[in-house]
Design a protein around this ligand. Structure first.
Ligand SMILES: *[C@@H]1O[C@H](CO)[C@@H](O)[C@H](O)[C@H]1NC(C)=O
Ligand SMILES: *[C@@H]1O[C@H](CO)[C@@H](O)[C@H](O)[C@H]1NC(C)=O
Ligand SMILES: *[C@@H]1O[C@H](CO)[C@@H](O)[C@H](O)[C@H]1NC(C)=O
Length: 409
């Protein structure tokens, strides 16, 4: 579903200065008014002057962006016993919605079927797991998006269908709606209601990065945090919140791609190398496996920070440890080591040396002439409550909706 991308060519060059240090210098080619322009991320300014133009960008290879340059990271997870006794006061258990899911969640039962009810309009793109097409449902003319998942990933498709089936009972307009699921030959196809004329919420290319007013930001993020609040209340973590998984048109915004989402169980271990580096929460960066819903709040908060400060990405790490360094440089070393100590996470000595000497920087330091209208005291107060190492004290999506910042919506 990240295939709604509409910009032209993302190029990546890896310049290795040090054998242990992969430096990504990322550039984007964009066609504006028929002219090819070249921009570098970090100080990317891609400014299209009209709504028409920004729809003319599309990616060459969108997956490369998440590439860490680090070797495959294999994590061993303990098998989970669904019948075990759980002490809900255990430090490792989420303080919100710890036991929404009572029993092991079974995958959605996708039925045999065929494409006869759909007329494919357009191929939208493909990725590792799936290819995506836009189509019309012939029985009622509904515009849809068909995500056909490779048959090796059938179990994943069934879990994504299960997640969406659970979420869609809530009728939250800010969560993508699955309207059907069936097999085309032996490959599962998930059918979504199409958000017409949408684009992804990707600041690298989107005018939004420059043009969003304070009130736009407030409205859009309220809806996004609302989507998270709904999901969390149903015992579901999205786990891949990133701009490419947010789609938007003139009057709607939606959280899409629930393909790696998971149901929360107390004391269950989860993979920490999930999602996209720039939006990974500190607990994931230190490979703490008993994380919970709070990782989504951090991820969406990091995107919110890019809008508020016009700084993309807000925490711009080159790999997992560097990402952690970028966070520690802002939130400070002292609280970081308290956090590690509390959760009994050992930081390897070389990493300890890298992370140990940073003072906390007030977020106000990021205010400049470009963003001073957006970075209001309320916005900064909200970010201070999101950017908290200890996930047990991080503000929840539900409480964010009650925050002062959103009062005048
Ligand atoms: C396709 O599915 C419909 C209903 O699910 C069924 O009536 C039809 O016979 C099927 N067509 C083929 C070619 O299998
Ligand atoms: C059905 O699946 C086959 C095999 O993956 C694929 O080639 C074909 O395009 C699919 N049909 C439609 C209408 O998408
Ligand atoms: C989408 O855009 C097309 C072309 O600009 C327009 O004709 C159509 O009405 C739009 N659809 C919606 C639902 O906004």
């Amino acid at each position: 579903m990240q295939l709604f991308f509409q910009f032209l060519g993302l190029l990546f060059t890896i310049v290795c200065q040090d054998p242990n240090d992969a430096v990504f210098s990322q550039s984007i080619n964009v066609v504006l008014n028929g002219q090819l322009k070249h921009y570098f991320v970090g100080n990317v300014v891609v400014h299209a002057s009209s709504r028409q133009e920004k729809n003319e960008y599309f990616p060459d290879d969108s997956t490369t962006f998440d590439d860490d340059g680090t070797p495959e990271f294999i994590e061993y997870l303990e098998p989970y016993d669904y019948d075990q006794f759980i002490d809900l006061n255990d430090l490792r258990v989420s303080r919100i919605y710890p036991d929404v899911n009572k029993n092991q969640v079974l995958p959605y039962d996708i039925q045999k079927g065929n494409m006869s009810n759909y007329m494919v309009k357009k191929y939208l793109g493909d990725g590792t797991f799936a290819f995506v097409q836009s189509a019309i449902r012939l029985s009622d003319g509904l515009p849809v998006v068909l995500k056909q998942i490779k048959k090796e990933y059938t179990w994943w498709a069934k879990m994504e269908a299960k997640v969406l089936n659970t979420l869609n009972q809530e009728n939250n307009p800010n969560i993508v709606q699955m309207v059907d699921a069936f097999f085309n030959e032996s490959s599962p196809v998930l059918v979504f209601k199409e958000l017409q004329n949408c684009t992804t919420f990707d600041y690298r290319i989107y005018n939004y990065y420059h043009d969003l007013t304070s009130s736009d930001i407030k409205q859009l993020y309220y809806k996004l945090f609302q989507a998270l609040a709904t999901s969390h209340s149903k015992g579901i973590m999205h786990l891949d919140i990133k701009p490419a998984n947010i789609i938007i048109n003139d009057d709607q915004i939606q959280l899409i791609d629930w393909g790696v989402s998971d149901f929360y169980f107390p004391m269950k271990e989860y993979r920490t190398r999930v999602g996209t580096r720039h939006y990974r929460a500190p607990e994931q960066l230190i490979h703490y496996k008993y994380y919970n819903y709070a990782v989504d709040v951090w991820a969406l908060g990091s995107i919110f920070a890019t809008a508020v400060f016009k700084k993309y990405p807000f925490f711009n790490g080159r790999n997992n440890d560097d990402q952690l360094l970028k966070v520690v440089k802002v939130l400070g070393s002292e609280d970081f080591f308290k956090f590690c100590y509390k959760y009994n996470v050992r930081v390897p000595n070389d990493l300890y040396q890298k992370l140990r000497s940073y003072e906390k920087i007030p977020l106000e330091k990021f205010i400049n002439d470009e963003n001073k209208e957006l970075a209001t005291p309320q916005a900064i107060d909200l970010l201070n409550k999101i950017f908290v190492y200890d996930h047990a004290f991080r503000i929840t999506a539900k409480d964010i909706l009650q925050h002062e910042y959103f009062k005048d919506l």
